[in-house]
Design a protein around this ligand. Sequence first.
Ligand SMILES: [Zn+2]
Length: 432
Amino acid sequence: MSTIQETLLDHLYGSPTAYQAVARLKEKLDSQGFMELYQNQSWDLKPGQNYYVSANGSSLLAWRMPKDKATGFSIIAAHLDSPCFKVKPNGEIYTRNVVELNTQPYGGAIWSSWFDRPLHLAGRVMVKKDGSVIAVPMVVQATPLVIPNPAIHMNREANNGVKLDAQRHLLPVLGLSNQRLPLLRVLLAKELKVKPDDILAHDLYLINRQKGEVWGVNKEMLSSPRLDDQACAWLGYEAFTQSESSENIPVLACFDNEEVGSATRQGAASTFLFDTLSEIAAAVGGSVRKLFANSLFLSCDNGHAAHPNYPEFDDPTNSANLNEGILIKHNARTSYTTDGLSWALFAQICEMAEVKTQHYTNRSNIMGGGTLAQISLTQVSMPALDIGLPQWAMHSSYETCGALDIASMLKAMTAFYCTKRSLSEDSWVLKS
Ligand SMILES: [Zn+2]
């Protein structure tokens, strides 16, 4: 039987972009008897049934309807996108006999980690077929691409902090050719077995397809592309499908576009979550306001572990170690939504589940990042907190976390879904 670490690595490999991640999640949910709903159709939600709906093929919400009454929602939210590069229209750039692709950065990657390694194209392609246009998710198999470094002999400052220009230095090489042909379109057409003219448009990204691995003298580490944040999304899915229903309606929310601000129709800033939860509330005969007030939004997005080579980045009292527990993330600017109440509530859930937790804050002189919970709460007013796996090298093309923390996160998420609770403005009751 596969370990949770192995199934996670399989999922990360099979999900180079949010399109593949959603397609995989749909397949898994279908096999477990979930029914797909569509945003442009009427819904007839039945007690005890399991459902999911996607937006743009790159965000997905899944939930289980209660058999009778419901008191609130238990939501695990994570994001499916990771920093990378998006291919522009008219992609080919010809310099001498070299064909590069014109790309622009998607999110804030550590660019240096993308040099001199095989990269692939993945995303979706819009294809004309039988009088209609269909979006085809695809990972281009034909060839890897490479962003080559200049030699150290040309750039003696290569190890002293190099300023990179996204338009000049980060373009991937597709191949060599002296002919000015639409090489990308030809390549896509060949792989999709269609005519080049039938390819109308694309959302293609340059991604690292390297398969991750468990490593370390005691197999205690796990490295892979896209740990931030598909690891949390996958563990959320596992916890969601393994948990027994409670009177809090379990919801899995996987969003696209967190790395670029979430302000898309499928992003956390949209009404996708609100609209869906409102329909569920109507079906169970509950008030949206009351159900939201008794809900808990668990935003799961990785944070930082203390780095042995850079102790100067650690907060004096709230830095975390790999494999010593999942992170509860705090920020005074509320870029993390954790407050005293949600912190204490979640800490109690973890204590009951025998899962270790660690607190994470940025040093006060480091700005730090944000995540989707703060943005989601502008649409759905409910108690929330931010948690995550501690990891190194966030936004590198290859990231590292602790293998034991993976299992701890799954245990904590499962306990979160299973715990019955009632909340009020300033107190709560946990019921076993
Ligand atoms: Zn993230």
